[in-house]
Design a protein around this ligand. Structure first.
Ligand code: FAD
Ligand code: DLZ
Ligand code: SF4
Length: 508
């Protein structure tokens, strides 16, 4: 009996479990571009274009590989509009009684598949290094689910960067070497560009025509849409940027939007590259003496540690994770997150490049836009909606724990042992934004004071009951208490004025 093998838009791996269990002669692969997936959030135009272009390219590859593929384009007349609708339509056409797919990376779709009027078998997504079951076993009985302990187990299990029972280089973590500000590197070889062939052109035009009001611009679209292109991006990163990845991992520069980051998250999340092969490529570079341990360990930790851990947390914590609001933050997301119209140079830069590239690197997401939202008490649901919409790599399984957990402390400390907050001083140390800013990063109160400065103390003051007893935050509360009463009042008054402006819908 024919079965349908459904390949979703972020399941573009030739060796996933669903394709492995299929029979090229008897079974039919189903892929569908559908409105429901294109509109569950207001995806950045580049994310839509990348998804559809990569899906079409993958379908071509499957056909060349001998599979029978039924592919539905977004604008096809008979498009049912949803994945379940498309599976039902194709099942009837093919006389199939069963659909097999990898379990989607979202509770929303898993639940839709479970309650569908036809049988959809969801196989564990084995493209991750750590299965959901393995993560749940690790988490069982632990009081705290800290990434660092999980990561060490993953190092031992995979053997990555291990010398016998010991970590390569004698330490598990080299982060203390990885906090340097950067200078522009005018001699770096330019990043690879990916040819916009007829398939990509057609998709870009379709996205502009069908989603003209979505956030973002397509002008600078330059994402790998096939495995071959993703392999080129990986090779470029290993050859040119891995060496300095660690050292400048937290740095931000106005004129260098990518720095030494890999820009591989979209390719890994789509399934064009496997996380293990990316880690192995970095490990090879270390073994060959081409990249130092602080960079290679730092890079591998992001994938083997953070990426696997975030997915584990998302599925362990359950579907209600995204509605948590431990700090009871209720303010609306300021409009300038969409328009970029703000005098805060750091926010303008992070939002501007997000609009132009659908990309900002981790510290921009965490310590600029995320930090501001947390300090200003923005409703974490609205913050998540923004991150899910604007980034090229955004899928709920990884976006939600990063935003609700790591960035907004909305999960009450499942992911982060303390909130990731800072005043303007941190941004000034790690970037060159402040020199060109309308605000004064050294001023702590008054109209010209950097908003991060006053909001930082306002956050600590209003959440004193929750954080005062946190051993990692005692020092900062002692610092606050030591300040003159008038100084503290001036900072809080400045913060109140900033928040009142936000509440009136004014830009900062
Ligand atoms: P690099 O800096 O080169 O890192 C290498 C790889 O490590 C990345 O490609 C990615 O696969 C992985 N990685 C690094 N940090 C993380 C992390 N914290 N969690 C998971 N994987 C990580 N990442 C997403 O893939 N999708 C998201 O929707 C997403 N949303 C985020 C939201 C917030 C608020 C924050 C603070 C971070 C978010 N991240 C997300 C994590 C991280 O910012 C991106 O993975 C990274 O910026 C992607 O760029 P890159 O490929 O150049 O990464
Ligand atoms: C992100 C996305 C988009 C924009 N469109 C489609 C689509 O039309 N068809 C499809 O199969 N998948 C799409 N995706 C990816 C899914 O939304 C993704 O599988 C879920 O978000 C789970 O990770
Ligand atoms: Fe950002 Fe403040 Fe620096 Fe301006 S002064 S760039 S708002 S940190």
């Amino acid at each position: 009996m024919t079965k349908l093998i459904a390949v979703l838009g972020d399941q573009l791996s030739h060796d996933g479990a669903a394709l492995r269990c299929g029979d090229k002669e008897a079974d039919v692969v189903v892929m569908a571009e559908v409105r429901e997936e294109a509109t569950y959030t207001g995806h950045h135009k580049q994310k839509l274009a990348l998804t559809f272009a990569a899906m079409r390219r993958f379908a071509d590859e499957l056909e060349r590989d001998g599979w029978q593929v039924r592919y539905t384009k977004l604008t096809d007349d008979d498009n049912a509009g949803s994945l379940v609708g498309e599976f039902a339509r194709r099942a009837e056409e093919e006389g199939a009684e069963e659909v097999v797919t990898l379990a989607p990376g979202e509770w929303r779709l898993r639940q839709a598949f479970e309650s569908a009027p036809l049988k959809i078998r969801q196989l564990p997504d084995d493209r991750f290094i750590c299965s959901e079951k393995r993560f749940a076993d690790w988490a069982e009985g632990r009081k705290e689910l800290r990434m660092e302990w999980f990561y060490r187990e993953m190092r031992r299990e995979t053997g990555l960067l291990m010398e016998g029972d010991d970590p390569a280089g004698g330490e598990w973590n080299f982060d203390k070497e990885n906090r340097k500000p950067a200078q522009p590197d005018l001699f770096r070889e330019p990043a690879p560009t990916f040819r916009k062939d007829a398939l990509v052109q057609e998709v870009l035009e379709m996205v502009e025509a069908e989603f003209p009001d979505n956030f973002g611009s397509l002008d600078e679209f330059n994402w790998p849409v096939s495995r071959a292109q993703a392999e080129r991006a990986l090779e470029y990163f290993i050859a040119h940027n891995l060496r300095d990845f660690g050292t400048y991992q937290d740095a931000m520069l106005a004129e260098d939007r990518l720095l030494h980051h890999s820009i591989l998250s979209s390719s890994i999340n789509l399934g064009l590259l496997s996380p293990l092969e990316v880690c192995k490529a970095a490990e090879e570079a270390y073994k060959a003496g081409d990249a130092p341990i602080n960079s290679v360990e730092g890079f591998i930790r992001q994938i083997l540690g953070w990426r696997e851990y975030m997915r584990g947390i998302y599925f362990l914590e359950g579907p209600d994770y995204t509605s948590r609001n431990a700090l009871n933050h209720k303010r609306d997301l300021p409009w300038f997150y969409w328009s970029g119209e703000t005098d805060m140079a750091c926010m303008k830069a992070a939002i501007g490049q997000t609009r132009d590239l659908a990309y900002a690197h981790h510290i921009q997401r965490l310590m600029v836009t995320g930090n501001f939202a947390l300090l200003a008490g923005i409703d974490p649901r609205q913050v998540q909606d923004w991150y899910l919409a604007v980034y090229i790599d955004a899928y709920e399984w990884v976006e939600a724990p990063n935003t609700a957990g790591m960035s907004q402390f909305a999960d009450g400390g499942v992911v982060a042992s303390k909130p990731y907050i800072s005043s303007g001083a941190y941004i000034d140390k790690m970037s060159d934004y402040c020199a060109g800013c309308a605000y004064d990063v050294k001023a702590k109160d008054g109209e010209k004071a950097c908003p991060f400065n006053s909001l930082y103390w306002h956050f600590l003051d209003r959440h004193r009951d929750r954080f005062e007893g946190n051993p990692r935050m005692g020092l900062v509360y002692r610092n606050w208490d030591k300040q003159q009463k008038e100084t503290r009042e001036a900072k809080l008054k400045t913060a109140e004025a900033v928040l009142a402006k936000l509440d009136r819908g004014e830009a900062l």
